[in-house]
Structures are given as structure tokens and as C-alpha cells.
Design a protein. Structure first.
Lengths: 91, 200
């Protein structure tokens, strides 16, 4: 992925997570599914995991339930993540 | 430099009740009608922004329904299997919610319907504009024709009262000569301007 494509991909992840207003997180396949709205039909698991790790490292997203089952990981957007999107949208 | 806020984000930041009211209205009305209704209420937005907002709202609604189904299922499980720990219930809940959000939401259809609906609305709006323009043109032509008829009759009456014009009309001159003489009588300034050039 080129840097600009990567940026858009990360934004699509953030927006997909931001669309979920509930207390529950979205798993890998659910995030991939919801990224369709933002133009990504079937992102690879590797790409998705790499960018989720990056966004988590930046504290823009967080794991919804930590340390129970690695195969059942799910993520939610953080307040920082929402602020990040709001800045992009409103400034 | 600050950027203009996205129009759909303005709708997304409205109070929940207002968002609910907009979505409710849009259920029984076209996008164009909803847009008109919002404008009458002082909320300026575009059709694209409204369409985006309604898609987003519908998605949120579906997420909330999935949440509600998940919570109901967990309550049921808690009653039926009291031995389950809170952590296990959370894990089950998380998995259920995530799966529901995939199974329930046909996003391909969702995106296609949204695009088709927006496209149809735009086509309809274009057709309405074209029909309005054609109506205006037809009305304009009708008015012009009425004006032309009225002015012709007025001119006839005006010149019929003119003795000189009546004499020219009643003379035994040829039709072309009558036209030329009447032209000189009615538009003497034009003939005066033309004369020096003709004299050269």
C-alpha cells in the first residue's frame, strides 16, 4: 500500500468503528465487513491486523475485551479516535 | 486554515430527538421532500449530505438493535446457565454482537440501495427542473404572442386615426409603394438617418 492508500485504509477502519455506538466491539471480520461502506470490499486479514495494531498503538482504538480469547478479539474506537475523526471532519 | 464542516456531520451532531424526527419523516417522504421540509425549518443541507446522514442513521439503528438482541440473549443465558462468569458472558456477548452485525447488515445491498435512491432522486429533480424550464418557456412564448397581438391591434387603431396613413392605405399605389410610404411616415427618424448615406 502507498502511504496515501494506507492513510485512507486506516481512516476507513476508524470510521467503521466509529459507526458502532454500542458498548460492544467489532471483531476482525465485522470490521472488514463494515469497511465496505467506505469502499473496501474485502481487505486481507494481514492488512487489517497490521493497521489495527498501528491504530491501537496510537491509542485511537482499543480492544473491547482484553486477554480472554485471542481468536475473539474485538475493537472499539477511543475518545482520541473520535476526536481524530472530528478534527478531520470539522477543521 | 479551518475547513468548512461536512454537511452530513452537521446533521449527525443534531440532538438525538431531532435526528429521530428527520429519519422518521424521511421514511414516508422522498429525499427531495425531506430536504424541502428541513429547509423550511431553517436547516440548510444538500441531498447528498442528507442521503449520507440517513444511511449513517440507519446503520446506527441496526447496531443498536444488535446490541439489544445481544443483551437479551445474555440475560437469557444468565438465567439458564447461572454458572457462567461475567467474563464468559462478556466474551459470548462480544462474539454474538460481532456476528449479528455481519449477518444482519447487508451492506452491499445497503450501499446499492443508497446509491440507487440518491441517483433516482437526482434524476427526478433534473426532470422536474427540465419540465419547469419547458413550462416557463411555453408561458413566455404565450405571453410574447399575447403582447404581439395586443400591440398589433393598438398600432392598427393608432394609425387608422392618422389621416395621412389612411390616405396611403386607400391610394392606388402598389402594395410595395404603400409599405415604403407608410414606413417613411411611421419611422421618419430612420429615413432621415438613412438619407445622407443614400445621397452620397
Amino acid at each position: 500500500m502507498k502511504p496515501e492508500e494506507r492513510e485512507n485504509f486506516r481512516l476507513a477502519i476508524l470510521r467503521a468503528l466509529d459507526d458502532n455506538p454500542t458498548r460492544w466491539g467489532l471483531g476482525l471480520s465485522a470490521i472488514a465487513h463494515h469497511m465496505l461502506i467506505y469502499g473496501y470490499h474485502s481487505p486481507t486479514t494481514d492488512d487489517l491486523q497490521a493497521e489495527l495494531a498501528y491504530l491501537e498503538d496510537k491509542k485511537l482504538i482499543a480492544e473491547a475485551l482484553k486477554g480472554i480469547s485471542p481468536e475473539n478479539r474485538a475493537w472499539r474506537i477511543t475518545a482520541e479516535g473520535r476526536d481524530f475523526i472530528a478534527k478531520l471532519t470539522n477543521e | 486554515m479551518s475547513r468548512k464542516p461536512r454537511a452530513d456531520s452537521r446533521l449527525k451532531t443534531l440532538p438525538q430527538e431531532r435526528q429521530d424526527a428527520i429519519a422518521e419523516y424521511a421514511r414516508d417522504h422522498t429525499l427531495a421532500d425531506t430536504l424541502k421540509w428541513l429547509r423550511e425549518d431553517g436547516l440548510q443541507t444538500s441531498m447528498a449530505a442528507l442521503s449520507q446522514f440517513l444511511s449513517w442513521y440507519s446503520l446506527q439503528e441496526q447496531f443498536r438493535q444488535d446490541e439489544s438482541t445481544t443483551e437479551a440473549l445474555l440475560e437469557e443465558l444468565k438465567r439458564e446457565v447461572p454458572a457462567l462468569t461475567e467474563e464468559q458472558l462478556d466474551e459470548l456477548g462480544q462474539r454474538t454482537f460481532s456476528l449479528l452485525s455481519i449477518r444482519r447488515q447487508d451492506l452491499e445491498g445497503f450501499v446499492a440501495i443508497r446509491s440507487a435512491r440518491a441517483k433516482a432522486e437526482i434524476e427526478k429533480a433534473k426532470l422536474q427542473l427540465r419540465e419547469q424550464a419547458e413550462r416557463r418557456l411555453a408561458e413566455g412564448l404565450k405571453l410574447q404572442r399575447e403582447k404581439f397581438r395586443r400591440e398589433t391591434c393598438e398600432l392598427f387603431l393608432k394609425w387608422w386615426e392618422d389621416k395621412q396613413a389612411r390616405e396611403i392605405a386607400a391610394s392606388s399605389d402598389s402594395f410595395a409603394d404603400k409599405i415604403r410610404r407608410l414606413d417613411q411616415l411611421m419611422f421618419p427618424d430612420d429615413w432621415a438617418e438613412a438619407r445622407p448615406a443614400n445621397d452620397k
